[in-house]
Design a protein. Sequence first.
Length: 365
Amino acid sequence: MERLKIEPRPNWTKEVETLGFDFYTMDGVPYWGEDACYRFTAAEVDIIEEAANKLHKLCVYAVQRIVDMRLFPLLGIDPEIGRLITESWERREPAVYGRFDLIYDGTAPPKLLEYNADTPTSLFEASIVQWNWREQRFPKADQFNSIHDSLVARWRSFLVGRRNADRLHVTCATPMPEDETTVQYIGATAQEAGYRVKFLPIQEVGWDEGLKRFVDLDGEPIQTLFKLYPWEWIVREDFGANVKPSGALFLEPMWKMLLSNKGLLPILWEMFPEHENLLPAYREPGPSGTAQSYASRYWGAREPTSGSPKRAGQSPILPVPMPTAALSTRPLPNPGTSTVTTPISGHGWFTIAAAEWGSGRIGPW
């Protein structure tokens, strides 16, 4: 793996705006940049893909354990909500995608920082904007990026054997440019797969008390709803009380609430101690003998910010220590001949597709 300094495209802002990517600066801070990129060998890409697939399997095992042993309080989840999560899991409600945040230096195995499984963004940038950059900047290079085709295939798989199920509503809170672009893109991939797609802001999702159904502004019942809106917010709002009686299929499903919760990390470490793709994680500061430096993480799917809704009873920021000693600080190797190139976005992270479940995201050193 090699970090390369390069010249940005002279007209890159116009190029990305043409694609519909107009939030490359957020609150005056650059979010997308083209002055550097990463180059990987094919073997390194295989390592990242294998790690993402392994981690997803571990996470699924952890969900089963949480459900079987009713460990919801360890994730700050009320037992009543836990029962709804259990029903969602036992119905095997389908999921579309997710995003792993990994740490990788090209030498040590990739390590999991978190699993953005409920409301993952960076999708449009990774699938469309990043691919456009590669085609213009490095047309002869390869890029491990099958996100778009994988999403379309995933949507098509949902239609198999389901009659009259091709209507999809997609929603998010507005105005939020990043979320809106992500949802519109998700809708476009579903439309390509054969769905009839309708977008509406989540604040316009209505409830028909007579039908016991969610409806849009035209009064059309909402049978399948893709929502880029955290479950941890939904269950605390009046909206949440109607989820079960509505009979609607939600994507992502409620069981994804477990995967997006940072309380999953210590459970994974307890189940799979010393796994090469995990960092030590604890609900309290680490046991005697562990590294003193650690990161304290907000337990929910989305950390509260000045732009995030504040809700009573919102999960606190609690320590889930991850010793810095576990992170490699060795210089990046020069891999020689490389086959994959990808640009850096914003804070230096980029996205790589990881099977049908989504993507892994990696940070530079």
